[in-house]
Design a protein around this ligand. Structure first.
Ligand SMILES: [Zn+2]
Length: 283
């Protein structure tokens, strides 16, 4: 059974994930105040936190805000759409009912609520039951990249014999993880890649736990972003078997074998003594 998250937890997951919000800034087609869309509504139940493989689900539309006839903002009571956050780009997909169909172009997290923005394909959106469906190919690619990013932290720490500290990440294009410090040498990057390949070939389960703050303090002491872990009633902790547990609100594959071929492409020196490791995953 799905537990309902407290509003505070949901809000913090929106702003916080394994990595700080990353990626290029995005502009909506309108300057609509999102407060108007979310105002007075209960926090959206985030279905992807407990079941990342849910590609389809039923939900109820709580509010419709039309935009110039062709687009609309929909708020649902529950959502499988992961909004942009924590370095993870927004899910895409479709919301349909007998009355309408909408292509979801973007999910936005605002004040505890997931706002689904997209193009109306037919009919007129209205309050009531709907079917939701993700663009699964895209989501699954993001899940593979996201899991690879966690594995990269582990392999980079091993290859450089240091505790890595992440700064940001982006899992679309470009695809990278940011870290504090000087960029690693080429031999260190090659070693990290080899370690990653070996681990992917061997396979390892990816486990999700919801822990109390006391429990999480014990297991997260080596997490690469431990300092940024927010205070919550319940903390979502992701563990690749054999690696340190990491607090994270994103979506991952269930076994690292699913990542496929991981390639570390290059390290890029960034301002303020930080660097990015660019990588790709291929089937
Ligand atoms: Zn994660």
């Amino acid at each position: 059974m799905l537990r309902v998250h407290s509003r505070s937890a949901v809000e913090v997951y929106g702003a916080f994930s394994y990595k700080r919000l990353g990626g290029p800034g995005e502009q909506l087609a309108t300057s609509l105040n999102l407060d108007q869309v979310s105002e007075g509504l209960a926090a959206t139940e985030l279905l992807y936190l407990r079941n990342t493989e849910l590609a389809r689900a039923q939900a109820n539309v709580l509010r419709v805000v039309p935009e110039k006839g062709t687009h609309a903002y929909l708020v649902l009571d529950r959502s499988i759409f992961h909004p942009k956050g924590g370095g993870q780009p927004s899910d895409r997909g479709k919301i349909t009912s007998p009355q309408f169909a909408m292509e979801v172009k973007r999910a936005i997290f605002h004040q505890g609520v997931v706002i689904h923005w997209g193009r109306i394909l037919n009919g007129t959106p209205s309050v009531g039951p709907v079917s939701c469906e993700l663009d699964w190919n895209y989501r699954y690619m993001v899940m593979r990249r996201h899991t690879a990013a966690h594995l990269l932290d582990h392999c980079l720490a091993k290859a450089t014999s240091t505790r890595v500290e992440t700064t940001d990440s982006w899992l679309d294009s470009p695809c990278y993880v940011g870290y504090k410090g000087e960029p690693p040498s080429s031999p260190s990057l090659e070693l990290a890649q080899r370690l990653g390949e070996e681990m992917i070939n061997a396979g390892a389960h990816v486990k999700i736990d919801f822990l109390s703050p006391e429990q999480s303090k014990l297991v997260l002491k080596n997490a690469p972003n431990f300092e940024r872990v927010p205070r919550l009633d319940e903390i979502r902790v992701v563990t690749i078997e054999g690696c340190d547990p990491i607090p994270c609100g994103g979506t991952h594959v269930s076994n690292i074998r699913e990542i496929g071929k991981l390639s570390i492409l290059r390290a890029e020196q960034m301002p303020d003594l930080t660097f990015r490791v660019h990588f790709s995953v291929e089937s």
